[in-house]
Design a protein around this ligand. Structure first.
Ligand code: ZN
Ligand code: ZN
Length: 264
């Protein structure tokens, strides 16, 4: 309760928390003209930058210091650390930068005297900090978009390899590993391979134009529909996941019984 003669210096928040009857008798405090805490904005921005660094350090440590760990994180900690950077920290940085710009412009327009003379925290310093924050946010958003594209390529690579890999392919070409390049994404789909004809070679003769080895008795081969060129199954499948055409004559290879629904 305020009494006559009592010092009535209190903040706006204290005033708002007073009961209504006390508010009526109290003097409404003046709004601080320098109420935008730009120094705090700068400190919080530095804190956010440290959070980015910490998230990457934690993720990299969880992924045993793999150089491109964020492309295919194997641990829950790694996945969470990278997800935090784009789902929490990036939106926060964007919002915080916009808020800082609005504070700076408002202060410059209405109360430019709030910037103390001679202080190193001058309007140009704040403006440069905010431009830097905006550029960093844009650059990180582009980086995340590229990581997502690479992750999609990797998943498509893994599906293509799983569709064609068997002991024969590993014997001829070694173990295949999914990569982030789109190399293995331009050809037939995994479901198309079971529609292609294949046969076992009974009479030796001819050569596989991909591996340059002979088509020996007992080898599994494919005779491509459309042109009839024959290759080892492993060799031509590895080609067809990249290019949906014959490597010799470039005739398009189409599965025999492609269902209309598979085109969608
Ligand atoms: Zn071959
Ligand atoms: Zn051909």
């Amino acid at each position: 309760m305020l009494l006559d003669g009592e010092d009535t210096h209190y903040s706006a928040s204290q005033y708002l928390l007073m009961p209504p009857d006390v508010q009526r008798t109290a003097v409404q405090p003046a709004v601080d003209p320098c109420h935008h805490p730009l120094e705090d904005w700068l400190c919080a921005t530095c804190l956010q930058a440290l959070c980015f660094v910490a998230a990457f350090a934690i993720g990299r440590r969880a992924e045993r210091h793999a150089p491109w760990w964020f492309l295919d994180p194997q641990t829950r900690t790694g996945k969470t650390a990278f997800r935090c950077t784009w789902a929490i920290l990036l939106p926060l940085l964007c919002t915080w930068t916009i808020l800082g710009i609005s504070w700076l412009l408002e202060t410059l327009d209405n109360t430019p005297e709030c910037f103390p003379h001679g202080s190193y925290l001058s309007p140009p310093v704040y403006a440069c900090s905010q431009i830097l924050c905006g550029l960093c946010a844009i650059a990180y958003a582009i980086f995340v978009a590229n990581v997502w594209a690479a992750q999609m390529n990797r998943r498509a690579n893994a599906a293509a390899i799983a569709a064609i890999e068997d002991d024969d392919l590993v014997d001829r070409w070694g173990k295949q590993h999914a990569s982030v390049s789109p190399d293995l994404c331009g050809g037939l789909l995994a479901c198309d391979f079971c529609e292609l004809p294949r046969h076992r070679v009974f009479h030796e003769g001819g050569e596989c134009s991909i591996c340059l080895n002979g088509l020996d008795r007992g080898d599994i081969a494919r005779s491509l529909p459309g042109c009839g060129h024959v290759f080892h199954r492993a060799c031509i499948d590895l080609w067809l996941v990249r290019e949906p055409c014959c490597p010799l004559c470039k005739v398009a290879v189409r599965p025999r019984q492609r269902r209309p629904s598979m085109d969608y």
